[in-house]
Design a binder for this molecule. Structure first.
Ligand code: AMP
Ligand code: GLY
Length: 419
């Protein structure tokens, strides 16, 4: 099969690596891709939002399957566009993608179907929002309604922080039109986990869970990032939690989408907080996570093209997606200064010195005119290791990471040690 993969992050490097292992693959194109994806396929020049150009490429090159990594093209309706031309594409339709792109859409469905989540209220007028937060003395969470590249959520310790969040989102409009309305919600506490499943519109695969480390600093301090590392499985993960999530979250959501919108086809990513009361939804995403993909895809034992085609053809069964019971950890090597200002263009050395079992998934790197691999972004690459135990996976991951060097590189030394 000729496959087109859309996106350019660490997630897409991991997807390209996994797709390249499929017995079905003849050609892989990645658009726009990065210095990692070109080890597995041919990088193209179209950006993820250039959905008409991607369509022309798919038609002109007889692409058999298009796989979408990030949320932006899904929100733009790339799935509907490709399907209207008779092309096979893996991901949810524009209507279904709203479970990520509109927090109000997701919340309404959760309220209607009694899916456990934080209690919340919506505001489209900042004055009403300021009035509302004055009633609270404890912590609150303020969120922009629309897509904000993972930065639209403010976990506020008190009402003065909440007021500042309202001002930035609604008055200073730092997320543009994504902040025209906001959601103010109860702060949940417990264990946070990212849960993933493959869905064919009616049925779903088994679940896999991971945890990511969002903060820049060790001990989970400092500003949020796109993710500094991840590990799978979480310590608390068990069959009972999985059954609870399927019954109380997944099946009601899938049924609601099928009945009132479109059948949900693609990956469903559930951000959860788990405590004594059970799992509660923080958010839904309509795609795989980054950096979670870099730890879960190495645990997938099934052929990913088979899995995606089963979803598209409405034939997914629980056991179609098999996950290894090993432990997987991924540590992000970032440019010093990230997530604020950082320099790029430094040569990455030592990539050839890692053990055979190590996976290196590139994100912010590129090949320069002298064929050297240089840094080109904040999160440069993820180093992944899979082992029988989490302790072994962590040890080997860091041993290998230490062999990769570039100027001002930074990584957290406590990935996998969330407790
Ligand atoms: P999101 O962009 O929705 O993933 O939110 C970013 C992060 O904010 C989440 O991963 C959580 O750590 C935190 N968060 C969001 N909503 C809540 C909530 N209601 N209670 C506690 N933490 C939250
Ligand atoms: N790691 C969180 C996300 O991909 O949104």
């Amino acid at each position: 099969m000729k496959v087109l993969l859309v996106g350019n992050g660490g997630r897409e490097s991991a997807l390209a690596w996994k797709i390249a292992q499929s017995s079905k693959l003849t050609h892989l194109y990645v658009s726009p891709g990065n210095a990692g994806t070109n080890q597995f396929g041919l990088n193209l020049n179209y950006k993820d939002f250039e959905i008409e150009k991607l369509l022309d490429f798919a038609i002109n090159n007889q692409i058999d399957l298009t796989v979408i990594g990030p949320e932006i093209p899904l929100d733009l309706g790339i799935v509907d566009l490709f399907q209207s031309h008779g092309l096979k594409i893996f991901g949810p339709s524009k209507i279904c993608a709203q479970i990520e792109s509109s927090k109000s859409f997701a919340k309404k469905i959760m309220q209607k179907r009694n899916i456990p989540t934080a209690s919340s209220k919506f505001f489209s007028n900042p004055n009403d929002a300021y009035d509302y937060v004055t009633k609270f003395s404890g912590p609150l969470v303020v969120k922009a309604d629309g897509l904000a590249a993972g930065k639209g959520v403010y976990v506020c310790a008190d009402q003065s922080e909440a007021k500042n969040a309202i001002k930035e989102i609604m008055e200073q409009k730092i997320f543009g039109s994504s902040g025209e309305s906001i959601l103010i919600e109860e702060m949940l506490t417990g264990w946070e986990a990212s849960v993933f499943l493959f869905c064919d519109g009616n049925d779903v695969s088994s679940l896999i869970a991971a945890c990511d480390h969002k903060r820049i600093g060790e001990g989970d301090i400092g500003p949020n990032t796109g993710g500094m590392g991840a590990f799978s499985p979480p310590l608390i993960w068990n069959d009972q939690i999985e059954a609870n999530i399927l019954e109380n979250i997944v099946y009601p959501l899938i049924d609601e989408m099928k009945t009132n919108y479109d059948p949900y086809v693609g990956v469903l990513f559930i951000g959860l907080m788990i405590n004594e009361e059970g799992p509660k939804v923080i958010e839904f995403n309509c795609r795989l996570g980054d950096p979670e993909s870099q730890v879960i895809l190495p645990l997938m034992e099934s052929d990913i093209i088979d899995v995606m085609m089963s979803c598209i053809n409405g034939e997914i069964e629980k056991n179609d997606v098999e996950w290894s019971s090993s432990s997987s950890v991924g540590v992000v090597l970032a440019s010093g200064g990230y997530p604020k200002n950082y320099e790029i263009g430094f040569e990455i050395q030592g990539l050839e010195n890692v053990d055979d079992l190590v996976n290196i998934f590139h994100a912010g790197s590129e090949v320069d005119s002298l064929e050297k691999i240089i840094t080109s972004g904040g999160r440069v690459l993820t180093v992944n290791y899979v082992a029988d135990t989490m302790d072994e996976a962590i040890k080997k991951c860091y041993e290998n990471l230490d062999r990769i060097k570039f100027q001002d590189s930074y990584y957290r030394k406590d990935i996998g040690k969330l407790s």
